[in-house]
Write a protein of this length. Structure first.
Length: 176
């Protein structure tokens, strides 16, 4: 550049553009990775919460159940019964709980709980959503087995790109 000319040379402009392109590319890559990882993390948290919620309800009922039936026709999943003893002259109150799947699409649907009692209770509860149940997939599906006094429960949930599977062993309370 001559001493009386002002401005940048072509090489200086090309170098500046190349540095700007590198910084922009690195920024875009970082931002897109953060967004993708955040989406996956949110999907995984949703799947984990569904598994935890289902296990809470099932474990709660299984601990007090006197009778557990796991061999049920689909969409039923699990059935439990028990008698609530009263420590007065009143007869016991009988309870029956059935867990079943509703709205299965691609093996994913809602896990619902139907609770009936002799005291007049008859309520439906959505226990978890996005639960995976496909009897043909013996290694990945939600399933339950019972060998007195231990119930083995495997729950799988699928949400977005995330899958969560947990296995629980629930022991009935003794002397019920």
């Amino acid at each position: 550049m001559k001493s009386n000319e002002k401005g940048f040379t072509l090489i200086e402009i090309i170098v500046a553009l190349a540095v700007t392109a590198l910084i922009t590319g690195a920024s875009f890559t970082t931002v897109s990775r953060v967004i993708r990882d955040t989406t996956y993390s949110n999907d995984r948290i949703t799947a984990i919460r569904q598994v935890q919620n289902a296990s809470f309800w099932i474990e709660r009922d299984a601990r007090i159940a006197e009778n557990i039936v796991t061999e049920l026709p689909s969409p039923s999943f699990l059935s439990m019964t028990w008698a609530e003893q009263h420590y007065n002259e009143n007869p016991p109150t009988y309870h029956s709980v059935t867990y079943y799947f509703q709205g299965l699409s691609g093996g994913v649907g809602q896990l619902r709980r139907n609770h009936w009692s002799g005291a007049g209770v008859n309520e439906e509860t959505v226990v978890a959503q996005y639960v995976y149940f496909n009897p043909a997939d013996i290694n990945g599906t939600s399933k339950v087995t019972y060998l007195n006094p231990v119930m083995t429960l495997r729950l799988a949930a699928v949400f977005g790109q995330a899958t969560e599977t947990k296995e629980y062993r629930v022991r009935r309370r003794p002397n019920l």
